[in-house]
Design a binder for this molecule. Structure first.
Ligand code: PGA
Length: 256
């Protein structure tokens, strides 16, 4: 059975004190849940190295929330893929809707970042999904096609091997209104079928997670769907107890 991938996206949250409490709790409780799960923590950049030192021996992976498109040079304030790699990052979130919205990232820039991550042998977590308006106007499939097409255009049919797609409808992020698991299942199927038209990949290799207002209470209804390969968890991942509960739920489903 395919492992589920559970990612904590802390966004611009937490601090040294809270991280230390979180990691102590994690160290004490995580080991029995890792057999069926891959767990990734994506903290703010400034805490990456601190966290790496504590999670490396726990078999939990380090994720970055973004990367610059340049590898080095006069780009004040940015973080390069070489630096992320240097300190133990294995996964990089790219194209999160908050980057698209607040930093004007478009599909082309996101595709470039996606390629940079892959060419550096790290694993991109590509976030895609529609806004509330787009959903209301029945544009979800069109939006997703556009978000995927540019990746295919740049990187060909193997683009989604060794990559993760996170389907995150924008209206479900941070709103407390998670999508309906059946709806998510249908979109995941659409994504798989669409990718399948363009590539000869084994569909089993395509990993698609869901993200948007996941918590310990609703995680089960998503994780029990076979087309949902894991969860990208925002605010609920800041509380170690709640995050562990989500991982535990995943474990229980998979060891049945
Ligand atoms: P949320 O965030 O769980 O707080 O809705 C999810 C995300 O943005 O990845």
């Amino acid at each position: 059975m395919k492992k589920k991938i559970i990612i904590a996206n802390w966004k611009l949250n937490s601090n040294i004190k809270n991280i230390s409490i979180f990691l102590k709790n994690l160290q004490l409780n995580i080991s029995s849940y890792l057999k069926y799960n891959t767990v990734i923590i994506a903290p703010p950049t400034i805490y990456l190295e601190r966290i790496y030192k504590k999670i490396n021996n726990l078999n939990i992976f380090l994720g970055a929330q973004d990367v610059d498109i340049h590898k080095q040079g006069a780009f004040t304030g940015e973080t390069s893929i070489l630096m992320l790699k240097d300190i133990g990052v294995k996964y990089v979130i790219v194209g999160h809707s908050e980057r698209r919205l607040f930093h004007n990232e478009n599909n082309k820039l996101i595709a470039k970042k996606f390629g940079l991550i892959k060419n550096s042998y790290l694993i991109p977590i590509l976030c895609i999904g529609e806004s509330e308006d787009e959903k209301r106007n029945n544009k979800t499939e069109e939006i997703i096609k556009n978000q995927l097409d540019i990746i295919f255009e740049f990187f060909g049919e193997k683009a989604f091997v060794n990559s993760i797609i996170a389907y995150e409808p924008i209206w479900a992020i941070g709103t407390g209104l998670s999508a309906d698991p059946e709806y998510v299942e249908s979109i995941h199927q659409f994504i798989k079928d669409y990718i399948n038209q363009y590539s000869s990949n084994n569909l089993e290799e395509i990993i698609i997670q869901y993200g948007g207002s996941i918590n310990a209470k609703n995680a089960k209804s998503f994780l029990e769907k076979s087309s949902i390969d894991g969860l990208l968890v925002g605010s609920a991942s800041l509380d170690c107890k709640e995050f562990l509960e989500i991982i535990k739920v995943s474990n229980e489903i998979l060891c049945k």
